[in-house]
Write a protein that binds this ligand. Sequence first.
Ligand code: FAD
Length: 478
Amino acid sequence: MRPYTDMATQTDLVVIGAGPGGYTAAFYAADRGLSVALIDREPNPGGVCVYRGCIPSKALLHVAKVIDEATHASSWGVSFGAPKIDVDKLRGFKDRVVKQLTTGTGQLVKARKIKYLRGTATLLGPTSLEVALLEGGTEQVTFGHGIIAVGSQPAKVPVLSLDDSPRMMDSTGALDLENVPKSLLVIGGGYIGLELGSVYATLGTKVTVVEMMPGLLPGADRDLVAVLAKRIEKICEAVLLETKVVGVKEQKDGISVTFEDANLARRDQVFEKVLVSVGRKPNTMAGLDKTKVETDQRGFIKVDARRRTAEPTLYAIGDVAGEPMLAHKASHEGRAAVDAILGEDVAFEPAAIPAVVFTDPELAWTGLTETEAQKLGKRVEISKFPWIASGRALSIDRTDGLTKLVIEPGSERVLGVGIVGPGAGELIAEGTLAIEMGAVASDLELTIHAHPTLSETVMEGAEAFFGNATHIHRPKRK
Ligand code: FAD
């Protein structure tokens, strides 16, 4: 029997997709007094981020960090012996984290009296849609406004498609942590490949990373990436740059991969598993053709500064509405879209969106990077503080870090901050706040930072800009 066939709901706002963008928008709208329906296939809100992205990867990266620190402790005179990895228990820990978080979001749906519909939505027009319910049947929803937050999925490359091979994984498969393979090829030196590659490398897999560009993390500043690359090269079997994978073939003992280097020379190598992490592409939303919503050539939904589409009742946020495809960008867009729907005079115009690579060391940047400034032909001054001069970095035996400020000449405004080192993902928040508040270098210089902390590297980075950092002697050039 189909329990809810042809049920109907009428609501102020419908949100399609319950990832960090969608559920934040839905929760905020309910808090602001709108009646809200939220639609997703998952049992509770969370989206890619919570079920198969940010959160499970960070749970595994935390374990990797503990293993690394325990290994490193022998140089301080504390030895723990080789780690014994219980893969089932480790997977259980990661799954528990996801379960706890999504149980929490489920409770928040109920507390806010949001109607949660589990199924797949298809738009029928600018103010109506149909949900194919997971439990069977359909439900029609009519709404005043809709927010499309259907997210993204791993990009596929035809030459790398061996869809039925369990040896080929995308990020979701890698997070499933079926086993710890003897060897793994990570195709793509972006943040997802490096994060998951480091987890497997620390668990004992021989990891090779292949990237067709000349460096890892294309887009990030090279001096920051250099610090991370050094470590990645240490924990990996090999890092192959300017190298393409031109073919994959399944064979009895693994996947035979054909590499082509910059000189067009080819060679084959066999890996037990292959992780394809070559980027993400926006999901498609069925029924857009029944509306005026437009997409660009990459499939992103076109939105204005309020996140409104070409169809006045429909908004789009998160990964489906364009780069950067990051959870915190999605959630902030969600709140901006709700404000716009409530008639407020808003625009999503952040001065800075932080990006963090949660490897060890972490790499984070916010605002303008030096690389972007060069591309734009914008004159900037760079000030750096090496962590070798930080008491805190020395005391945790991690002097490999670097803090860097991108400053506007003349006004001395902080335009960008980049940090590589343990905890960079937390430290970057100060940079984002500084940029959002229009801080100048002397604001960072004069703000008292607790000692001894890694956050002092931001303050001393500003001191270095004036040529008088306490712990380095680098007078300002006249
Ligand atoms: P999503 O999280 O993609 O959610 C979209 C939801 O919509 C999904 O639940 C989907 O089921 C649902 N949906 C789609 N179509 C329909 C439909 N027709 N009807 C109903 N429901 C539908 N970002 C960070 O900021 N920090 C990180 O550390 C980070 N780590 C990551 C690690 C990995 C391995 C991956 C894969 C991603 C990571 N990301 C990270 C990116 C982050 O997950 C995304 O940017 C974020 O999830 C985007 O949120 P969203 O709300 O746009 O959509």
